[in-house]
Design a binder for this molecule. Sequence first.
Ligand SMILES: Cc1ncc(COP(=O)(O)O)c(C=O)c1O
Length: 391
Amino acid sequence: MTESKKLKALFLLDPAITYLNFGSFGACPKPIFEDYQQWQLLLETEPAQFIAVNSVGYLKRSREALAEYVNCDADDLVYVNNPTYAINIIAKSLKLEAGDEILSTNLEYGALDRTWTYYCKKNNARYIQQKIELPVVSKEVLIEQFWKGYSEKTKAIFISQITSATALRLPVKEICAEAKRRGLLTIVDGAHVPGHVPLNLAELEADIYTGACHKWMMTPKGCSFLYVKKEFQGMFDPLLISWGYDSATPSDSQFLDYHQMQGTRDISAFLTVPKAIEFMKEHHWEQVAEDCRELVQNNYIRFCDLLGTVPLCPMDADFLGQMCSTRIKTREPERLQRHLFEHYRIEVPVTRIGMDFFIRFSVNGFNCQEDLDKLFVALGEILAKGVFLEV
Ligand SMILES: Cc1ncc(COP(=O)(O)O)c(C=O)c1O
């Protein structure tokens, strides 16, 4: 059996589907899912002990494992369900005044564009979606384009480390370092980062960072984190007021009290992080990721040629991870995606930025060249029929 087939057998994924959409919601391998179910069973065996007595300790152990993995202090991060939740905590509490600006890009995730637009509007502040030209030609040019959006009203920057629709790695280290020189608060959306490319929070000058564990770290859904540097933790109110606010039994960390207590809920997904890290070590995930990046780079140009376009970035690991996006011309993006699934059993997303559409394929350890060939043949057939797609 090939390595990718062996790995596929470890996942719960339907073997009949060619799964090229890992980037959207990840997928959970069986050993991690079993760990999740064991936590859930333990919870239901003695709910009161689990929730009221032991949950804080369980969470601490899991935060410690994650903190070691992303290199930060375990008390500077808290589990939340998803990055949208994390950024809502931040945007709601940020003391925005009329005229203040949040500098971002036009490549951000739609839900978070909406979050910033909402809170900026409420405070008569402005969310600046600075245009990054595609294709990106170099880090330097991208950085220069980004800072064209800066003004003396800029209060904070918000930027993805790996973008959603366009699947680009952005030079956030350099951008955050420059932002700190300019005295700005740095907020990074790393939804796609943990488990995908190395993350070292101590080196990255992000004051605030959110990452999803349920994507590339492969935990069950609803497991993400918010990291806030100690000096900024006092700025943020809980999004949900519960026992941790004005706590009768405060811990050493108001940050944890505020954001960790959210009423009765199932925290089992959060507790699978140590198992997910163990799984990645056991299966040499750094090498798996490296092989996947190679597969992406070997196939990107071929898809661009087929679709009559060019890659969105230079072909190297500075910009590409385990996903890539190819611009497509379609008037029926939803039907195209549905057709690929229903007719070819290929799960691959058609993403969009405004009126620009892209097809984004993700590669993980269970994928192989054959999967990409299937997509290639399917797109070729669709193009030949002249339905859904044009060149
Ligand atoms: C760049 C980016 N940010 C944030 C998110 C988080 O989305 P959610 O909060 O819905 O899990 C995603 C999800 O795909 C994303 O691609």
